[in-house]
Design a protein around this ligand. Structure first.
Ligand SMILES: Nc1nc2c(c(=O)[nH]1)N[C@H]1C(S)=C(S)[C@@H](COP(=O)(O)O)O[C@H]1N2
Ligand SMILES: [Mo]
Length: 311
């Protein structure tokens, strides 16, 4: 990644590069700055265009009306800001700085990477996808996310053959996140994980936006996971690290209450939560009751990942 390349013309590069090669390379860069964007020094790069709105991927979208943005942005689960309130995350999350933002991709990879938001905007294939979204608490929404396949980011880091899981770690900012102190016994930071097969599935997405604009802080800006066939708690917010591992990682809710929150957490109307049924759900904005679908309606796409016994 260009972070680890020397900026052309810097003293360090002059020391290690024969002068002729240095001059040739510099003129090449000057000529081909556009082509080399993403490979050269930041000086040569044009400003990055924000991808909003991004082209819609109809094949991976549902033909349903989106939940109003105001509901999406004002009814939130974000325990770092409040474990009780659906409303407080919206006001409290304003304290979280969203730029600069970078994500580390490390662990069992050939090329560990640190990418900032500009790197992602420049290098990832952004698109919009309208997805069903189902919380384990039995409320549901339909959200037009903007983002890119998690697989595209993993490919940059080149997972090793020994990698079997992908752990996603949310930002830890106790001084900005009052919920962390209130729930001090929780296993912070918030982490989630997928099998590598799930993470490479085209439906697994990293979102930077929704409703054709950047994500609001309370919805998990600057970068959050979207796995529409799983309960919402799998979709970690404010991701700063993505680590490939050989062993199944401990995850936040699963380690707190394994009977209530499985590792796989695929939406399953036939398997009741210990404290409530899951065969129906309440769709925002008006909490209209409707049937819950197996794999949240994505069974045709994802059922092949499973034997059927995962929970
Ligand atoms: N870091 C972090 N990620 C999180 C959560 C959280 O508390 N902290 N809550 C999860 C749960 S339970 C749900 S339902 C969704 C809610 O996303 P939304 O507020 O954007 O609707 O985020 C998930 N990701
Ligand atoms: Mo949730």
């Amino acid at each position: 990644m260009r972070r680890r390349l020397t900026i052309p013309g810097s003293p360090a590069e002059r020391e290690v590069t024969p002068e002729t090669a240095f001059l040739a390379r510099r003129s090449l860069l000057a000529l081909g700055a556009g082509l080399l964007a993403g490979c050269g020094g930041r000086e040569e790069e044009a400003p990055v265009e924000a991808p909003y709105p991004a082209p819609r991927n109809d094949a991976l979208s549902v033909a349903l009306e989106a939940t109003p943005r105001t509901s999406f942005e004002s009814y939130n689960n974000y325990v770092e800001f409040s474990a009780q309130s659906k409303e407080l995350p919206r006001t409290r999350a304003k304290a979280l700085p969203l730029r600069p933002w970078s994500v580390v991709v490390d662990g069992l990879v050939r090329e560990p990477r640190t990418l900032d938001m500009e790197d992602l905007l420049r290098r990832m294939p952004f698109e919009e996808r309208v997805c069903r979204f189902r919380c384990v608490e039995a409320w549901a929404m339909v959200v037009p996310w903007t983002g890119f396949p998690l697989a595209a980011l993993l490919a940059l880091a080149e997972p090793l053959g020994s990698a079997r899981f992908v752990r996603l770690t949310s930002v830890s900012a106790p001084e900005r996140m009052p919920g962390m102190a209130v729930s001090e016994h929780f296993p912070w930071p918030y982490t989630e994980a997928l099998t590598l097969g799930e993470a490479m599935h085209p439906l697994a997405m990293l979102a930077t936006g929704a409703y054709g604009r950047p994500l609001a802080a309370q919805n998990g800006a600057a970068l959050r996971l979207v796995t529409p066939w799983k309960y919402g708690f799998k979709s970690a917010k404010a991701i700063v690290r993505i680590t490939l591992t050989a062993e199944q990682p401990e995850t936040f809710w699963n380690s707190l209450q394994p009977e209530e929150y499985g590792f796989y957490a695929n939406v399953n109307p036939a398997k009741a939560h210990p404290r409530w049924p899951q065969h129906t759900e309440r769709l925002l904005p008006d909490f209209r009751r409707q049937p819950t679908l197996a794999y949240n309606g994505y069974g045709e796409a994802v059922a092949g990942l499973y034997s059927g016994n995962e929970h």
